[in-house]
Ligand binder design. Structure first.
Ligand code: 13P
Length: 276
């Protein structure tokens, strides 16, 4: 596979609802999104995704179809188990997700790692299991404030990446996305990263991807996430190695989703701003 030039790499944009939104609220979000995409002339090439809680997934998939967004918006789950079935109380398997039409699964989010003890070793089983079954995988990596202070951010994320992708082959690569989310930048107490913080970490990530997958590793999208908002998203989307944004709070309401998306597309030069 040849590496794609930067301007040929699709832009990815989506939100993680975390533990927010009932099924009805999720359906309303998708119904309200469709006219806004048309109004803002969001190019069809932009890959959008929404990752609601498990309970919202069936409703989200139905609402997406009703809104005419099936080919434009991936619906994702926030976690998955590596086994296809078994005595794993409280877990959800890959076939359970694919059987209802889920497109994507988020794995390794900082909150799962930090609050629920998800390990790199568990991710090394989850990532290939989901990819092999045909799901898109958004694998998140990120260093803590302490790791950054000790100067080991780049090796921390590279280590997370290498372990999670240990058993992934080139055949599944077109379904893999990486989310770089510094732990210190996520959530209400987070500080948005500076462009130099992002470059310092994503350049080694890209290097690790090409080392493992060859030239095809250049095409794996790397998204930035962590306190992304309309006024800072332009700093990230104009960086050479960044192929998208992964947004939390600022995009939980459809108005916010629209505002950040629009600001990002204007900064990229994909659409014109109001002042133009
Ligand atoms: P915030 O944008 O709220 O910081 O969350 C980012 C995130 O964790 C997305 O998964």
């Amino acid at each position: 596979m040849q590496p794609l030039a930067r301007d040929k790499r699709p832009f990815h944009f989506g939100t993680n609802f975390k533990m927010n939104q009932t099924p009805a609220e999720t359906a309303r979000f998708l119904a309200d999104l469709a006219p806004r995409l048309n109004q803002n002339r969001v190019p069809e090439t932009v890959r959008l995704f929404v990752i609601p809680p498990f309970t919202s997934l069936p409703m989200a998939i139905a609402a997406r179809e009703t809104a005419g967004l099936t080919s434009r918006v991936w619906i994702g789950a926030q976690n998955v188990h590596w086994a296809t079935e078994g005595a794993y109380t409280g877990e959800i398997s890959v076939p359970m997700l694919t059987s209802i039409g889920v497109d994507l699964v988020l794995l390794g989010h900082a909150e799962r790692r930090g609050l629920f003890g998800e390990t790199d070793e568990a991710l090394a089983k989850k990532v290939p299991a989901a990819l092999v079954a045909g799901l898109q995988v958004l694998l998140c990596v990120g260093e803590t404030a302490e790791e950054k202070a000790f100067g080991v951010g780049p090796e921390t994320v590279t280590r997370q990446l290498k372990i999670a992708l240990h058993d992934v082959g080139n055949e599944a690569l077109s379904r893999l996305l990486i989310g770089y989310e510094p732990v210190w930048s996520i959530g209400a107490g987070g500080t948005p990263a500076r462009p130099q913080d992002v470059m310092e970490t994503v350049v080694p990530l890209r290097h690790a991807l090409t080392e493992k997958f060859g030239a095809a590793g250049q095409n794996v999208p790397i998204l930035y996430g962590g306190s992304v908002a309309p006024d800072n998203c332009g700093d990230f989307v104009t960086l050479e190695e960044i192929d998208g944004l992964f947004v939390g709070r600022a995009a939980w309401q459809v108005e916010g989703f629209e505002r950040v998306l629009q600001a990002a597309l204007v900064a990229r030069g994909d659409i014109r701003g109001d002042a133009d």
